[in-house]
Design a protein around this ligand. Structure first.
Ligand SMILES: C[S@@+](CC[C@H](N)C(=O)[O-])C[C@H]1O[C@@H](n2cnc3c(N)ncnc32)[C@H](O)[C@@H]1O
Length: 420
């Protein structure tokens, strides 16, 4: 409820819930899986409940019913156990006690017919209408349907393997984990479990990073013949996935971020991977330094492109949050420009599928800043993406790309150069 009503991220909402924190690790993982399934399957769950619930119950009762449907229809949970646990939960509070019998009756019907109703409801019903509209207009109806299929699949785990570690390279990691090398430095692993238990974690040989999230830094690095000692600013850097890529390639990285909590994670990541970077806590809009040969602006965005691992992003955003972020992106891009040295490279990236956060930001910036021009990108070595992902000389990945191997995050990436 905190996610939909207050726009909180599911991870944060859970982390600040005392009942959740008091659970054993295994039960916490189960509770998180139920919550994620509620968001992943929101439209199908609604379709299952609609014919059975004539009058809308209170918000807490509705939320409890949704978690029950998630378990009964979509998870490997005994239906009997899910019904009786749910009824017990409702009985445990005075405000919901009166709904226990009602829920019992509804959920028995869900056990009988829920799977059938869910199967008859297309996956695109799980995507909120306003987002579906924007994606259909931007990417077309068929890609939209394929994108929706990625939402109901279990996400894969991608890790980026450090360039600096002679010990556990990508091939060693592949052999040790059964993972598949994909792209330039990514290893794709079957499903997300306890990442800290994977070989090479303690040694800092890799960090979790979606294949698409590794592209902006790779595109930046492609613009240089030699990387050693090149000064680069990672302007919105935490938790540091891209900082680690740049540092592990030998670049001299300054990592700026506004959030102290997220910078703490960045510092932990750098310590674990034994990679160097100058870390600065600052609002990027107020940060000043001698201009850099390269600036990476991985801008704050709606992050709707990350829905495979974070299905809640489709439910805690709205058109106003897009507009607010667009305003910030329109300030950050010119600021990034002032920090880019003449002849230098500026990369703008967002992990968003909302069209407004992509090309229109770059077009507006280029119109206002004549000493910058687009460096057209027409393909990415090692990645077999459809030609139209490079329309306009920029990169637009869709979650349905490379679908057979697990898809990838939706990113928009543009490379720009300042005149010398
Ligand atoms: C997309 S995330 C960055 C992810 C990171 N580049 C990575 O690869 O791990 C955006 C970041 O922008 C930061 N941020 C938001 N507004 C900012 C601002 N005005 N100045 C600096 N950082 C900001 C957020 O704290 C967040 O860490």
């Amino acid at each position: 409820m905190d996610v939909t009503a207050n726009g909180r991220a599911l991870e944060l909402a859970l982390a600040e819930t005392p009942d959740y924190n008091s659970l054993e690790a295994r039960d916490r993982a189960f509770a998180r899986a139920i919550a994620a399934t509620v968001f992943r399957r929101s439209g199908q769950i609604k379709a299952v409940l609609k014919p059975l619930v004539r009058k809308a119950p209170t918000a807490p009762v509705k939320a409890v019913l949704q978690t029950a449907v998630a378990q009964i229809v979509f998870m490997d949970v005994s239906p009997h156990a899910a019904v009786s646990e749910t009824v017990d939960v409702l009985k445990s509070s005075k405000s919901t006690l009166g709904f226990a019998n009602f829920a019992n009756a509804v959920l028995r019907r869900v056990v009988e017919q829920g799977k059938h109703t869910a199967a008859a409801t297309p996956p695109k019903a799980n995507i909120p209408g306003w987002i579906r509209g924007e994606w259909e207009r931007a990417y077309g109806k068929i890609p939209m349907t394929k994108i929706a299929v990625q939402l109901i699949k279990d996400p894969v785990l991608d890790v980026s393997v450090s360039h600096t570690h002679a010990g556990l390279g990508r091939q060693d990691m592949a052999e040790a984990t059964g993972g598949t090398p994909i792209g330039r430095q990514t290893l794709r692993l079957g499903s997300i479990g306890d990442v800290t238990a994977l070989p090479g974690f303690e040694e800092g040989s890799w960090w979790a990073q979606d294949l698409a999230a590794a592209l902006p830094a790779q595109i930046l690095m492609d613009q240089f013949e030699a990387l050693d000692g090149v000064r680069v600013l990672d302007m919105c850097a935490a938790p540091g996935g891209k900082t680690m890529q740049l540092a592990s390639a030998g670049m001299e990285v300054t990592a700026v971020d506004k959030s102290s909590g997220r910078l703490k994670r960045l510092k932990e990541n750098l310590a674990r991977t034994k990679l160097p970077a100058t870390v600065v806590q600052s609002d990027a809009l107020e940060y000043d330094a001698e201009p850099f040969q390269a600036v990476l602006l991985d801008a704050p965005c709606t992050a709707t492109g990350t829905f495979r691992r974070h299905p809640d992003v489709l439910h805690n955003r709205n058109p106003k949050s897009v507009a607010d972020l667009v305003r910030l992106q329109d300030k950050l891009l010119p600021k990034a420009a002032t920090l880019t040295a003449p002849g230098g490279v500026l990369i703008y990236a967002v992990c968003s599928l909302q069209p407004d956060e992509g090309m229109p930001r770059v077009t507006k910036f280029l119109e206002a800043t004549p000493d910058f021009s687009l460096i057209p990108i027409t393909s990415l070595p090692g990645l077999d993406l459809p030609e139209d992902r490079f329309d306009g000389g920029v990169v637009r990945t869709l979650p349905c790309d490379l679908a057979k191997s697990g898809g990838l995050d939706g990113f928009f990436i543009a490379a720009l150069r300042r005149a010398a």
